[in-house]
Ligand binder design. Sequence first.
Ligand code: NAP
Ligand code: G4F
Length: 325
Amino acid sequence: MGKIAFVTGITGQDGSYLAEFLLSKGYEVYGLVRRLSVPNTRNIEHILDKITLLDGDLTDQGSLIAALTVAQPDEIYNLAAQSFVQTSFKQPVLTAEVSGVGVVRLLEAMRIVCPDARFYQASTSELFGLVKEVPQTENTPFHPRSPYGFAKLMGYWATVNYRESYGFHASNGILFNHESPRRGIEFVTRKITDGVARIKYGLANEIILGNLDAKRDWGYAPEYVEAMWLMLQQEKPDDYVIATGETHTIREFVELAFEYAGIDNWEKYVKTDQKFYRPAEVHVLCGDSTKAHRVLGWKPKVTFKELVRIMVEADLERYGRIMQS
Ligand code: NAP
Ligand code: G4F
């Protein structure tokens, strides 16, 4: 019989790719979804008949216990979060409730319902924040720079503590930025590729951004969800950095995106506005995933240039279809 997986955040970028991946491995997949006034199942529309959705919210303890009781999973992937750093400055308490205390609620539900399941926590390179060294490894000290960062710090340590206190098979994936055509439109990469496609089709004449000098280590999301699964296949739980080891500025991403869309003089179209700057910036992220390569056999394949091309082409195609209809 196939294994059973329970995925929170299944409607998001990573949750949807992970669900596809687990189905391809023969898993029975349950996904936690919260009630929204307008349902948001766009990313999982194509697999809705193959998965089971359960109602619940990371802010509601009882719903997590009830969902796990129904699913009885072998593996739990906690991908749900208030995941947008900019919003976390405006809604710090909500972010702490969902992305921090929410992890504790899910671990408690697991302790009550299925303590022998394996647990994955979606930790983040935002933990490194004001970085103490470049590149960052599993041993680099943390210094989060946002409510999102300090909420995720709680989730990270909750995961380590349930492992140490109760012998849980609980692992943290410290994932650096990873993108795809399913990336939310408010994140900088997708905002750029969506904006470039609009400009190409004459639907817009500018993109307004914030800090173009920040540097990120950007990988391709479908490859990163495989690393999550690999962590839970190990005999022992542990924490792993997942990254490409390359870092690029937002400006470089912009330049390439315009180039792939065949639009010259990107400076003509890109403006900046203070409202997209953050009260505290994470200036540079660059990860060293040597441990993941050594233990999990995981290595990224899609390069920075390929990633930009994939995202630009997807948005051009999408607007092409809209314009034809
Ligand atoms: P995403 O696209 O923003 O998806 C977030 C998911 O969380 C959505 O399914 C959302 O549901 C759900 N969610 C939000 N609040 C919730 C709540 N109160 N209860 C239950 N579900 C809730 O994020 P992603 O990019 O896939 O990232 C997945 C996880 O990895 C997140 O935890 C993120 O913080 C972390 N992470 C991401 C990256 C990255 O570069 N993508 C890097 C490191 C870590 P709705 O559809 O209902 O909004
Ligand atoms: O795309 P971003 O919003 O992603 P950020 O803040 O790095 O967070 C993402 O990656 C984390 C992993 O490191 C995840 F944990 C987190 O959940 C999320 O997925 O911003 C990237 C950079 C920042 O330095 C920001 O200041 O782009 C800069 N930026 C410049 N102009 C902008 C913009 N960011 C956004 N969102 N919008 C802009 O107009």
